[in-house]
Write a protein that binds this ligand. Structure first.
Ligand code: UD1
Length: 384
């Protein structure tokens, strides 16, 4: 008799969750052991849709919750209400959430309220600072408390979960799915969707790609970052700064007011991940407060200066792929100049091994789900 398929419902709502869940959804769709259901909250709209289109994912459910100036409680309650209804209708065997967004937390709570098993992809990251990143540190901790299966991307993340007394049998080390799609998106002679990136003359230039839009960096920290970028562009004729700007008005207003019309600085709309990966590949250096870029840039052998005071990705600090630059203007300028002018330090960072993944995380996760649902007997090996 044919075994029933495992009904797996993947829930996500923002651009980076879609980027990192996309490869996994595609693996689940292709595998006969699973019936794959996708529910998006659309906590992000435009940026989410761009990623769905690239992966050719047509969500089975779309809660369409985004509104301008949305509060955390609005995101939580509207996603929670919608998700409980969807679970009642779709009756999944397993619900998957990713990382640390408010959508992930609401999805975890919905699974708990409806008695559905919960799998947490990118589990176990910790900064141990409740307010940085805010609200992500709490979102991921709360999700960890509720999850039944923990897909930790690295051994450090697994150890963090051990310390919280999570049953070791429920923790699996998978690598990060962010690295899975890097292999597919890079192309020689790539033509960008955003025309401004095709018009830039890259020859003889050192490109610095910048992204910064975290909630805890809004206001003065973001102003300091922008002022530092102005100084870097002014002091280095061979540098071009390219900054894809998040659509949040609180980000856009600050960035455009400080960096518009400055020689050597290009501001663009936010990029989808294929454009972003190809821009990273042409870059000399990445300055970012994003988590995903910290994982992806080392796959292109690009050093990262992290525009935050703490990172929940210390593997990159240990491996030498990342350095913490914080949000102090003078320190950002000093650390950037050091990498621009000191080739041996630059090469040391660029050549460090990527500790975040090997491109097979999604396949591992699919096998782990089969193991947890007793389709296969052997516990899959951890990512080393
Ligand atoms: C969200 C997540 C954060 C994640 C980040 C990745 C929360 C609370 N925040 O932060 O964990 O790291 O996504 O990008 O879960 N907007 C648009 N168009 C879009 C997307 C956003 O206009 O396509 C605007 C909206 O006005 C929205 C604002 O951006 O109100 C902020 O979006 P929100 O999802 O609340 O926070 P992010 O900073 O994007």
């Amino acid at each position: 008799m044919q075994k029933d398929k495992i009904k797996v419902m993947s829930v996500f709502g923002t651009r980076p969750e879609a980027t990192k869940m996309g490869p996994l959804v595609k693996v689940l769709e292709k595998d006969d052991a699973f019936s794959s259901i996708v529910c998006v909250t659309a906590q992000h709209r435009g940026m989410l849709d761009e990623v769905l289109e690239i992966f050719d994912i047509k969500p089975d459910y779309d809660l369409d919750i985004m509104k301008e100036g949305q509060s955390l409680e609005y995101i939580t309650t509207s996603a929670l209400n919608g998700l409980c209804k969807v679970i009642d209708e779709a009756k999944p065997d397993l619900l998957l959430v990713h990382g640390d967004t408010t959508t992930s937390f609401a999805g975890s709570l919905a699974a708990f309220y409806r008695g559905v098993k919960l799998g947490h992809v990118e589990a176990g990251l910790r900064s141990y600072d409740k307010l940085r990143p805010y609200p992500e540190e709490m979102n991921r901790k709360l999700t960890g408390v509720l999850a039944d299966i923990h897909f930790a991307p690295t051994h450090k993340a697994k150890e963090n979960l051990y310390k919280e007394n999570i049953n070791p049998n429920d923790i699996f080390v998978t690598g990060n799915t962010a690295v899975d799609c890097v292999k597919d998106s890079f192309k020689d002679n790539f033509i960008f969707k955003r025309d401004i990136l095709n018009d830039i003359d890259y020859k003889g230039k050192k490109i610095i790609t910048v992204t910064a839009h975290r909630r805890e960096n809004l206001g003065e920290p973001l102003e300091n970052i922008c002022k530092a970028l102005r100084i870097i562009a002014d002091e280095n004729d061979d540098v071009l700064v390219i900054y894809p700007v998040h659509p949040n008005p609180a980000v856009k207003n600050t960035v455009y007011s400080i960096l518009s019309e400055i020689k050597g600085i290009y501001l663009t709309e936010a990029l989808d991940f294929v454009d972003l990966h190809n821009l990273m590949a042409r870059s000399y250096l990445i300055l970012t407060d994003s988590g995903g870029l910290q994982e992806e840039a080392p796959a292109f052998n690009k050093p990262v200066l992290v525009l935050r005071e703490v990172t929940e990705r210390p593997e990159g600090l240990d491996a030498g792929t990342l350095k913490l630059a914080g949000t102090d203007k003078d320190i950002i300028v000093k650390m950037t100049n050091e990498l621009l002018k000191n080739p041996s330090e630059y090469n040391r960072m660029a050549m460090a091994k990527n500790p975040f993944g090997d491109g097979f995380a999604s396949k591992r996760i699919a096998e782990i789900i089969k193991y947890c649902f007793k389709i296969i007997d052997k516990r899959p090996d951890d990512f080393k």
